[in-house]
Design a protein around this ligand. Sequence first.
Ligand code: UP5
Ligand code: MG
Length: 204
Amino acid sequence: FDSSKVTVIFVLGGPGAGKGTQCDKLVREFDFCHLSAGDLLRAEQNREKSEYGELIRTYIKEGQIVPMEITIKLLENAMRAALAEGRAGEGWAEGKGRFLIDGFPRKMDQALKFDEEVCQSSLVLFFTTTEEVMLKRLLKRGETSGREDDNEESIKKRFRTYKETTMPVIEHYNKQGKVASIDASPSIDEVYEKASAVIKELFA
Ligand code: UP5
Ligand code: MG
């Protein structure tokens, strides 16, 4: 696809900060296609003929970042499909598209490769809160989510990867002046008020 016609917003923040929740709300108000890298990886893991199923399962359980080639390919395919099927927001018929890419990039190699080979993001929405808040949310969700990484042991590993591997990515985009930080500690609606204001401003 023509990357110059595509608008990409990266949505980052620690595990359980509320990225998915806020993206779900944003796509209801704004014309975006929401793609979660984690959801795409989980779908690939469960696809019967996938050659990566076991590998993905191990990485996710250990809170490690799956080799970037796999994730970038899944994202590119999903973007292409959304554009072809008219699920990429306003202007898709002219080959334009708007994407909220949730939980990606979370390692410097992914960030550089996506910027160079897929497209440049316009903005990074960064949801930030304490580990205490995130742990509480994830353990609660773990009661019903069925996610193999929603247990205390995996969560601790995810926090560690987030601090060591993903924070440098946020720093990298911060230096480019692309990061909008939002305190993700208050209620879902209060956080959404701030998030939607940022998006409105971007398209104003
Ligand atoms: N909740 C949300 N907001 C709330 C609020 N304001 N107040 C009270 N409760 C709130 O929310 C989590 C829970 O909190 C929910 O129950 C929600 O109702 C509640 P959610 O919106 O799901 O948070 P989110 O930030 O999306 O948390 P998630 O667990 O999805 O974050 P992760 O970043 O850990 O998970 P992801 O799916 O992105 O990645 C999983 C794994 O995939 C990674 O650990 C990694 O192994 C792998 N991965 C890669 O290898 N490469 C990638 O590029 C991406 C992922
Ligand atoms: Mg999520």
